[in-house]
Design a protein around this ligand. Structure first.
Ligand SMILES: [Zn+2]
Length: 379
């Protein structure tokens, strides 16, 4: 999708624009990307792209298997575990939509915890150069190191970022949390979502509203927006409270820290902001807490993700097996080894998909007098 061709709208007041602004100039709500939506689930797709028909249309999906995260019960509270995303946070959902929709050859990011790492991973996967700029010297070193390992350049000083967290394409990605909870649990009474800015809570609430508008889910769950008391209110609180079904709740910072410690002792390392929603959900009946991100910055590689998920199609698995066994192979050689079970064209398209999701890498080789494309597993 070309940014100039995307239409953005405000669902609160009806404002429309063709410019890529983040917030509605009339009422301050986050803008959303207009696209014709229909509810269907691509069940073979082990990522949030199973709701492709609910997402902006893109030519090439840049995916690291984001979303499709589990609902688990943790110490008696049902949680939606977003720490299981490729870079450990829900932001990967937004990054995947944004990078798939707006292709970049280079991008400048202003350092923001979680966001920078997530977007760097997706931009690098799409082949873009990334500069991360730091104002001052405060940053989480672990995140910067992982970003640098991905090939980002670290710069110091003021810069003009290419994209920011408050981007309508991010909002569309975050909405998939609502679609997924609906697919996994059907109707739920209540969801607790942590908020600093409030964009995530706004997006998830809007995701549920869309399901209701499309006639898919008749009831919208009660959305508890959990704001740390020290923060007083979320940045877009005025817009949030205009959404029906949304209740704001302030959570004592001491309770948050004590819950972070308790969860960590039980093996779940979450950021304090994630524990905010956990505290708010704990004392309610049937309330799902959205755990947004982990403190541990260990990025799952696409290969590990694929292994973990084991949801590749049978053809994709067979192609990977052959390439692994051969070390290197052309598409034709893979087709020959498959023994006619798949058409040559099918093999080309499978290899294309596996390259796009980062499992295969291609290079040119000379065979006789010809130059051929050979594929190998990405290390
Ligand atoms: Zn508006």
């Amino acid at each position: 999708m070309n940014l100039e061709l995307a239409k953005f709208y405000c669902s609160l007041c009806g404002y429309e624009t063709w410019r890529g602004e983040a917030f509605c100039p009339q009422c301050g709500a986050p803008l959303e990307v207009y696209s014709r939506k229909a509810w269907s689930i691509a069940r073979g797709s082990p990522s949030m792209w199973r709701y492709k028909s609910m997402l902006p249309r893109v030519n090439n999906i840049v995916s690291l298997y984001e979303g499709y995260t589990p609902l688990r019960v943790f110490r008696g509270v049902k949680v939606k575990d977003e720490t299981r995303n490729p870079t450990g946070s829900y932001i990967d959902r937004g990054s995947s939509v944004l990078v798939s929709a707006l292709r970049f050859t280079s991008a400048v990011l202003s350092y923001t915890p979680d966001f920078t790492l997530s977007l760097t991973a997706y931009l690098r996967a799409s082949g873009s150069d990334v500069d991360v700029c730091l104002q001052g010297a405060r940053a989480e070193l672990g995140e910067l190191l992982v970003s640098a390992r991905f090939g980002a350049r670290i710069l110091f000083g003021e810069c003009a970022p290419t994209v920011s967290y408050e981007n309508p394409f991010m909002v569309e990605g975050f909405k998939t949390i609502a679609y997924e909870i609906y697919e996994q649990a059907g109707h739920v009474d209540c969801i607790s979502i942590p908020a600093e800015e409030g964009i995530l809570a706004y997006s998830v609430a809007r995701g549920f509203m869309e399901l209701s508008e499309l006639g898919v889910a008749p009831d919208i769950p009660k959305i508890i927006v959990a704001v740390p008391a020290s923060r007083v209110k979320a940045k877009i609180q005025e817009a949030l409270v205009k959404l029906k079904h949304v209740t704001i709740e302030n959570v004592d910072d001491r309770d948050i820290i004590s819950e972070v410690v308790k969860l960590a002792l039980k093996g779940l390392r979450v950021r304090p902001i994630s524990a905010t929603s956990y505290v708010a959900a704990k004392n309610k009946k049937d309330c799902i807490a959205l755990l947004t991100g982990t403190e541990v910055k260990k990025v799952r590689t696409p290969q590990a993700a694929a292994r973990e998920i084991r949801k590749l199609t049978r053809t994709q698995q067979a192609v990977l097996e052959i390439v692994k066994r051969e070390g290197k192979a052309t598409a034709y050689e893979v087709w020959r080894k498959l023994g006619g079970k798949v058409t040559l064209r099918g093999v080309y398209s499978t290899i294309d998909t596996l390259s796009k999701i980062g499992l295969l890498t291609e290079e040119l080789e000379v065979r006789g007098y010809r130059r051929v494309k050979v594929f190998s597993l990405r290390s």
